[in-house]
Design a protein around this ligand. Structure first.
Ligand SMILES: CC(C)(COP(=O)(O)OP(=O)(O)OC[C@H]1O[C@@H](n2cnc3c(N)ncnc32)[C@H](O)[C@@H]1OP(=O)(O)O)[C@@H](O)C(=O)NCCC(=O)NCCS
Length: 177
């Protein structure tokens, strides 16, 4: 896909991002949100990630945003500060063309540059073969499954935990120690 560009997200991308996520909330089980957040809420979330200096990237094809990925704090307590949780979403018409893989690879690279040491994916629905597949391709290992912790579209849903070391992982101490 010659016109594909992976680049940092800007506020101008948020309308497209909101639409992509809206579809995932309304029709998918990857996210356990039930009501799609509007543009104002997606802007608030984006600004909060920017304030925390977390990486947020988009995929654009011929200038049109078709997917995005970001990292955020895995948990708020400070000892978790070298661990991030990632999210990646694509417009549905463009699945399985390698874009999710490129978004996730770029996000991993940016998180390594920022000094993070572990990335965790909390994947909604153990039937989400695409997400499990793309995370496996990026070197994530299966940690385990929380069975039946969600309820959406009239059925119980698992979450699948996958994890990947970033940079030197636990082999060295972090820079601020
Ligand atoms: C998960 C998602 C981001 C994957 O992106 P994608 O662009 O469709 O995936 P890619 O084409 O980059 O696939 C890369 C690799 O992942 C694996 N993969 C992707 N889709 C797969 C599927 N449906 N079944 C099994 N493996 C799959 C394959 O190894 C694939 O490589 P290959 O095509 O050479 O075999 C995308 O499907 C998506 O947005 N899904 C809905 C939202 C979602 O589940 N997000 C993840 C939240 S944790």
């Amino acid at each position: 896909m010659s016109s594909l560009e992976i680049r940092p997200a800007t506020a101008a991308d948020l309308r497209s991002i909101t639409e992509i996520y809206e579809h995932a909330v309304r029709f998918g089980t990857a996210t356990f949100e039930l009501i799609p957040p509007d543009l104002a809420e997606m802007t608030r979330r984006f600004e909060s990630l920017m304030d925390g200096r977390f990486p947020y990237v988009v995929a654009a094809v011929e200038g049109r945003v078709v997917g995005y990925a970001y990292a955020g704090a895995y948990r708020p307590r400070p000892a978790y500060r070298f661990t991030v949780e990632n999210s990646v979403y694509l417009q549905p018409t463009i699945h399985r063309r390698g874009i999710g893989l490129q978004l996730l690879q770029r996000l991993i690279a940016e998180c390594e540059t920022h000094g993070y040491r572990q990335m965790i994916a909390v994947i909604g629905d153990s039937a989400n073969a695409a997400s499990i597949g793309v995370h496996s391709r990026c070197g994530f290992q299966m940690i385990g499954t929380h069975p039946n912790v969600g309820f959406k579209f009239g059925r119980w849903l698992d979450t699948v935990m996958m994890q990947r070391a970033l940079g030197e992982g636990a082999a060295t101490l972090p820079a601020d120690e």
